[in-house]
Design a binder for this molecule. Structure first.
Ligand SMILES: [Zn+2]
Length: 285
């Protein structure tokens, strides 16, 4: 099902008895200065794979309806990243789901474009009835004063400071941390550390069907699919991020798993192929 309601484009797919709907938060036009370990001619590679220069990074969240409960995977950027982002509330309204109907927020990780939609500027929960579910390594990292002191200045406030503020209204009794395993009916957490210490993919499975919501396995698909060794300046551990990326790519190709990505272009769902050693993404329409 695809429909367009004003600026909010909605696309749903079924995974057995589970319904997964992409709820776009918007996009960000990045600069190539955020890329680390780039290939020799990154602009040419991006254009050859159909992308824009400077690279446009789409930002998605995914609504999961399973066993009559709603989970939201990530919350977008709230009002913290300018007018091209922060569209999740409108997308949620377009599918007729009130924020109070969300039972669980499954975070792939805490970064501004994923978790700044948790709470408003007054410190109120934007999802009043939801528990926040995330990997056990994530909150300790963002509350680690030594790690914060080591971070570059722009990330101290935007990453560490905002992560602390956003989780605070939930932290006393509405946070559930996991190591791995099933975290919501039909949804299994698969840690893929590197981008952040608690970065997690979620495998949605029902009956004979599955879908891997792979979080930030790629930020700029036109670069990191053909060149998985390409990392981002905001990777906590770039080498581990690149290793996790290849591990995920190999898994989805071997199992012919459809994927959903926070930074895949609309509709945010794709399949992956590998020919002559080269990975490629085939968007699902
Ligand atoms: Zn991201």
């Amino acid at each position: 099902m695809t429909s367009t309601d004003g600026a909010a484009a909605i696309h749903s797919r079924r995974v057995g008895d589970i319904e997964v709907t992409v709820l776009p938060d918007g996009y960000l036009d990045a600069t190539l200065a955020v890329v680390r370990n780039p290939p020799p001619d990154p602009e040419d590679l991006i254009r050859r794979h159909g992308g824009r220069v400077p690279p446009r990074i789409s930002v998605n969240t995914f609504l999961v309806k399973s066993a009559d409960r709603f989970a939201l995977i990530d919350t977008g950027s709230g009002d913290s990243m300018g007018p091209t982002l922060g569209q999740l509330p409108r997308a949620l309204a377009a599918v007729g789901v009130a924020p109070g109907a969300i039972d669980a927020i499954l975070l792939t990780h805490m970064h501004p474009d994923h978790s700044n939609g948790l709470s408003d500027a007054a410190g109120q929960r934007l999802f009043p009835n939801a528990e926040v579910v995330l990997h056990e390594n994530e909150i300790p990292h963002w509350f680690d004063d030594a790690a914060m002191a080591r971070a570059i200045e722009s990330q101290r406030i935007r990453y560490f400071g905002q992560a602390r503020e956003q989780i605070a209204p939930y932290r006393r009794d509405r946070v559930r941390e996991f190591r791995a395993g099933e975290v919501f009916p039909g949804v299994t957490a698969i840690p893929i550390p590197g981008h952040t210490p608690g970065h997690t993919a979620y495998l949605v499975a029902s009956g004979r069907e599955s879908l891997l919501v792979w979080g930030d396995t790629v930020h700029i698909p036109e670069l990191q699919v053909p060149r998985p060794e390409t990392t981002m300046m905001f990777d906590t551990d770039p080498a581990a991020a690149a290793a996790s990326r290849v591990r995920v790519f190999d898994m989805v190709v071997a199992e012919n798993l459809p994927v959903a990505g926070m930074h895949l272009h609309f509709p945010g769902f794709a399949r992956m192929t590998k020919h002559a050693g080269a990975f490629a993404l085939v968007p699902e329409t």
